[in-house]
Write a protein that binds this ligand. Structure first.
Ligand code: PEP
Ligand code: MN
Length: 357
């Protein structure tokens, strides 16, 4: 942290700054500028000290932080990329990783049909929500534990990994109104290979810590989605919360942000540029969700290609065997044919040598 003193600051004011630095257990160094303005550099770990702690002192003109507030996930050198492992699968390595499946698990027949064609495309990870965070309390909120069991069956049958969302620490009521015994996070952790934390929970810091605490021993990776109105810095700091709480296996997933755009054309605005920023700032794998970010299946191929070209390590795609009758997000779910083309084209693009990664 650097403290710029005002031109007319006094000796006593400078001394008060030194004293305050000392009171934090930190050291300082003074640089006497040719303009007559002193600059005081604080030496040591300032991550828990706020800029305002010094900015409020008399004679201080400005305080600037030179270290990143997200110290753990910060990319220290260009080659410092973290690879997240799920069994034999490497995420953030040489190969592009596609995760695909329905928005929500609806029935055995639906999930098994989708799992079969997902695996048939050469995709290794099946997505599917057993618990759905719905804007309307009247919408389908998922099959719960029954959905998790179906995902586990699809994993077994097709040799897939499964990713599913933990929506919180609440208990889920089944369609008959009976409360499940364990809370959602506890159930998800028992079944998932990767735990998804959705956009709505990105800023639930207590929940992030609990997710990290319960997944760290089993080394279950967490895919963290960007909040729809969160800044990139907020997103990185949310990942930092998880890492500090003990689970370094975090995958970042962009999913579109809220702008002035009309939802008739795009559900959100695909934040493609953020891929380049995240890859530069941080060492975690970066995924892109072309389904929620666009909202319409016609746009999913184009945005998938853009994300891969911009350097994404993977894609999280919604697909459905009968999109017109899907219980959730049918309009943005691609068909099996569209999924196969996206996977083929994305792999081609990734290996052609012109992507930014
Ligand atoms: C999802 O991936 O199913 C989902 C609910 O996404 P988001 O948290 O990005 O809205
Ligand atoms: Mn969805």
């Amino acid at each position: 942290m650097i403290i710029h003193m005002a031109k007319n600051s006094t000796k006593e004011q400078r001394q008060a700054v030194f004293d305050r630095i000392g009171s934090c257990g930190l050291k300082h160094e003074v640089i006497h500028g040719s303009t007559g303005i002193d600059v005081i550099g604080i030496l040591g770990d300032t991550s828990s000290v706020e800029e305002s702690f010094f900015a409020e002192l008399g004679g201080v003109a400005r305080v600037t932080r030179v270290t990143k507030p997200y110290r753990r996930v910060f990319r220290k050198v260009p080659s410092d990329s973290k690879i997240v492992r799920v069994g034999d699968l490497e995420i953030g390595g040489r190969d592009l990783v596609v995760m695909a499946g329905p928005c929500s698990v609806e029935s055995e027949q639906q999930l098994m049909t989708i799992a079969a064609y997902v695996a048939g495309c050469g995709i290794k990870v099946l997505r599917g929500g057993a618990y759905k965070p719905r804007t309307s309390p009247y919408s389908f909120s998922g099959l719960g534990l029954e959905g998790l069991k179906l995902l586990a069956r699809a994993r077994e049958k097709h040799g897939l990994k499964i990713i599913t969302e933990a929506t919180g620490l609440h208990r889920h009521a089944t369609k008959d109104g009976v409360m499940e015994e364990k809370n959602v996070l506890e159930n998800v952790i028992e079944y998932a290979d990767i735990v998804q934390v959705g956009a709505r929970n990105m800023k639930s810091y207590g929940f992030l810590q609990e997710v990290a605490r319960l997944t760290r021993e089993k080394k279950i990776p967490i895919l963290l989605k960007r909040g729809e109105s969160s800044t990139i810095e907020d997103f990185l700091l949310a990942a930092e919360h998880i890492v500090i709480a003990g689970n370094p296996n975090v995958i970042l997933c962009l999913r579109g942000i809220r702008t002035f755009e009309d939802t008739g054309f795009q559900r959100y605005t695909p934040d493609i540029g953020a891929i380049a920023v995240l890859k530069r700032e941080c060492n975690l794998p970066v995924f892109f969700d072309p389904s929620h970010s666009t909202g319409y299946r016609e746009n999913v191929h184009a945005v998938s290609m853009a994300a891969v070209a911009a350097g994404a390590d993977g894609l999280l795609i919604e697909t459905h065997n009968d999109p017109a009758n899907a219980l959730c997000d049918g309009e943005q779910s691609v068909t099996s044919e569209q999924l196969a083309k996206i996977k083929k084209d994305a792999d081609l693009l990734r290996t052609c040598g012109i992507c930014s990664n």
